[in-house]
Design a protein around this ligand. Structure first.
Ligand code: ARG
Length: 472
């Protein structure tokens, strides 16, 4: 076989490494081994790394200025072609994206195309591609997280006066503002973003740019790795070549940040799924993000939220998969590491969808304010207020708790809310209780007593909205 055909089998001129091999590759082996069908997505990153490498070879005196110019121009053209048609590499039968790009260069430039791989290995190449991909993915996910956080802060602003029941153990616990609920998730998202920022900094600094590590021991050419790292927007080159080509902990870190975010989203989804049931009926979702049943005409199903809840599973799965794949791998590069990419891409694609979908859902959420208030009034969720009222009258908290528990039991017998119990009924439990108890038991009174920083008091929540807005 001649070069340029992209056949990729064993044997001279077929695979890029064919020299040592005599026979043809087993087709099943090709199918098993080749990674082009998924790593074609790294074309842009591989081209960027290759342009930087050509320049580095030029600075090292390995290539002439003219050669660098030709290589970078051709790589630039290739980048345009890929931009136009990202699936272009899939039209070939190359082993992986690195081979595809090299083959395209050779087609275009002949022998010069064969010079680009001087002093480089696919091992530091793929590590560099991943590095660039992850940096980009962090940037994209950060923007999507900010979009969702913004939608949540907007929701908080709309519902800053809506009182709803807060739950613990999924039992009505104490009244909260709906805005407080929305801001809880905005806060989680802000930590999700911080984790990505942190990773980006670590990629650039401690991890550093892997290029120049070659196969495992470092390149033999006098490459200025600091300038090379700089060219690839890293603050430093990776400090150890074995580590640089053999580690995927940063991929695990990104997957971990993704898994944590996905789990946070799944909890938000579950809250909304519950709140939209007829049993809770606190919230309604916009028709545009729900679906009907093929059998039951009355149904309006929260599919978007259910899928967000469900997709957390596969993203956690990607993290688990990579950790298990990495466990016990000897240094440095092993082909096992090729297994890092599909999970990573899948996790990023799905997290992206979840974040964008959740943004739409939150933007269209309609809160049933009356139902929220009714629910907050029920379930004796002002019992803590009664206990605190008794404490205010000089009764030790433990006794006040006991007393209130007995009053709640009596109220349940009478099928009445605490604030509806007649004063003489209340006085049977304690004569410190006076007519002022009614005011102490209103929703507004309960909220107003929680103006502590971070609490659900209306003032505290307004401050929190302002802070969250600023953070965006
Ligand atoms: N497709 C490979 C991967 O994703 C690229 C690196 C191959 N290196 C090698 N020595 N075979 O890991």
């Amino acid at each position: 076989m001649t070069s340029g055909g992209g056949q990729g089998g064993h044997g001279p001129g077929a695979a890029l490494w064919g020299g040592r091999f005599e026979g043809e590759a087993d087709p099943l082996f090709r199918e098993f081994n080749d990674s082009l069908r998924f790593d074609y997505r790294l074309a842009r990153h591989d081209i960027e790394g290759s342009i930087a490498w050509a320049r580095a070879l030029g600075r090292a005196g390995v290539l002439t200025d003219g050669e660098v110019e030709s290589l970078t121009t051709s790589l630039g053209e290739l980048r345009e072609r890929v931009k136009e048609n990202p699936r272009l590499p899939l039209e070939s039968r190359e082993e992986d994206i690195h081979s595809w790009i090299e083959r395209e260069l050779i087609k275009k430039l002949g022998p010069l195309g064969k010079k680009l791989h001087t002093g480089r290995s696919r091992n530091d190449q793929v590590a560099t591609d991943l590095h660039l991909y992850m940096d980009e993915a962090c940037g994209e996910r950060t923007l999507e997280m900010a979009g969702l956080a913004r939608a949540l802060v907007d929701l908080a602003e709309r519902e800053v006066e809506t009182v709803m029941p807060g739950y613990t153990h999924l039992q009505r616990a104490q009244p909260i503002l709906f805005a407080h609920w929305a801001l809880a998730y905005a806060n989680m998202l802000s930590r999700d973003r911080a984790r990505l920022d942190d990773l980006r900094r670590r990629l650039s600094d401690e991890k550093g740019c892997p290029l120049g590590s070659a196969a495992l021991a470092g390149t033999t050419y006098p490459i200025d790795r600091h300038a090379l790292a700089d060219d690839l927007r890293c603050r430093a080159p990776s400090p150890n070549s074995l580590d640089a080509v053999g580690s995927r902990d940063c991929v695990a870190e990104l997957l971990s940040a993704a898994a944590i975010c996905a789990v946070n989203l799944s909890r938000m989804a579950e809250d909304l799924i519950l709140y939209t049931t007829q049993e809770f009926a606190l919230v309604e979702m916009d028709d545009s993000v729900t679906s009907g049943s093929s059998l039951m005409p009355q149904k309006k199903n929260p599919d978007a939220m259910e899928l967000i809840r469900g997709k957390a599973g596969r993203i956690v799965g990607a993290l688990t998969g990579l950790l298990v794949t990495s466990k016990g791998l000897p240094l440095a590069y092993n082909k096992d590491l090729q297994e890092d990419k599909e999970g990573l891409f899948d996790a990023m694609d799905n997290l992206s969808m979840c974040l964008r979908m959740a943004t739409r859902v939150i933007a269209g959420v309609k809160v049933n304010r009356e139902a929220c208030r009714e629910a907050a009034l029920g379930g004796y969720s002002n019992a803590t207020e009664l206990a605190d009222y008794l404490v205010g009258k000089g009764i030790p908290f433990r006794d006040a708790h006991e007393l209130t528990g007995r009053i709640v039991r009596r109220a349940i017998e009478l099928k009445a809310r605490l604030e509806a119990l007649p004063l003489d009924e209340l006085k049977k439990f304690s004569d410190v209780i006076g007519p002022d108890v009614v005011g102490a038991l209103t929703l507004e009174a309960g909220l107003a007593r929680r103006e502590v920083f971070g609490g659900t008091g209306p003032g505290a929540v307004r401050d929190a909205i302002a802070t969250a807005r600023q953070r965006l």
